[in-house]
Write a protein that binds this ligand. Structure first.
Ligand SMILES: NC(=O)c1ccc[n+]([C@@H]2O[C@H](COP(=O)([O-])OP(=O)(O)OC[C@H]3O[C@@H](n4cnc5c(N)ncnc54)[C@H](O)[C@@H]3O)[C@@H](O)[C@H]2O)c1
Length: 278
């Protein structure tokens, strides 16, 4: 049976872990061939060995613009073309509060979370234009790209900027049939949790289980997210079913950014009663 992505060629950055790994697995199951760019070479080699026909792993530091260009070219030389660019690699970056944030800390956080997404847009769009085809660009932003306070300042700034890239891409690329959409995950249980908070790698799974319990209620839907929750949305955006979607900024967060945590609505009604009773 044909999958939703049969015949498509995708690049997925950060494909060795978490959301990226779930996306590689789902894209392949749906019929795509995938070039994975990451810096975890052991995991990348294992992934390629799992899917020898459908996955090629390329060591790619996404903070290096030329390396992202080379990753796109590897996808093309190995699989013949490019249809989908998923700019997913990212990291917590510098956790300093604003008053202590250094230029170096901000730059480092922007390089991995924002500049990488810009490079992905540029190199994918050049390839799509050369092919004379459209294409789908997907970027992982964050709930922290929609609201302050989810993370530290540098990450919040970096993820808000990802949304700016997507909107500018619509202005420049839509006439070429190139779509660009962003996914804004809520709290998803992936190894980034352990790495961002300095928990040793070997305790990562245990830490995720602990966090999943502790933070289930951050999302109105009553649980934290799973990598597959995000991969499913990415697969849809990659597919032809989404051909009229571009510029969408999609929260995939169990409702977390849809409602305020303030109880103003209820409190104001009670305050009004109190006021009118006087
Ligand atoms: N997990 C969450 O709660 C959450 C929430 C919102 C957004 N995000 C975003 O989702 C994306 C995926 O994160 P995840 O949660 O799956 O984390 P993860 O740590 O499991 O995966 C991130 C992957 O990116 C790779 N990577 C890091 N730096 C890189 C670099 N310089 N070059 C190439 N690859 C690099 C890592 O090796 C890793 O494989 C990130 O952009 C992250 O900011 C995550």
């Amino acid at each position: 049976m044909a999958g939703r992505l049969t015949g498509k060629v995708a690049v997925i950055t950060g494909g060795c872990s978490g959301i990226g790994l779930a996306s590689v697995e789902l894209f392949v199951a749906e019929g795509a061939r995938v070039a994975v760019g990451d810096v975890q070479d052991d995991l990348g080699a294992a992934l390629q060995a799992r899917f020898p026909k459908d996955v090629v792993y390329v060591h790619t530091d996404v903070t290096d613009d030329d390396a992202v260009g080379a990753l796109v070219q590897t996808a093309v030389s190995r699989f013949g073309k490019l249809d989908v660019m998923f700019n997913n690699a990212g990291a917590g970056g510098d956790f300093a509060p604003m008053m202590d944030l250094t230029s170096a800390g901000l730059d480092r956080t922007l390089a991995i979370n924002t500049r990488s997404v810009m490079s992905g847009h540029k190199h994918a769009a050049r390839q799509f234009q050369k092919q004379g085809t459209g294409g789908s660009i997907i970027s992982t932003a964050s709930a922290a790209g929609l609201q302050g306070g989810w993370s530290a300042a540098a990450y919040t700034i970096a993820k808000h900027a990802v949304i700016g890239i997507v909107r500018q891409a619509v202005a420049e690329f839509a006439p070429l049939g190139i779509r660009s959409n962003a996914i804004c995950p809520g709290v998803i249980m992936t190894p980034i949790m352990a790495s961002a908070f300095g928990v040793p790698k070997e305790r990562s799974d245990e830490f995720m289980a602990f966090l999943a319990k502790r933070f289930a209620n951050v999302h109105p839907i009553g649980r934290t997210g799973r990598p597959r929750d995000i991969a499913e949305v990415a697969a849809f955006l990659a597919s032809d079913a989404a051909e009229f979607m571009t510029g969408a900024i999609l929260p995939v967060d169990g409702g977390a950014t849809a409602i305020t945590t303030s109880s103003f609505g209820v409190d104001a009604a009670a305050a009004t009663k109190e006021f009118l009773a006087k």
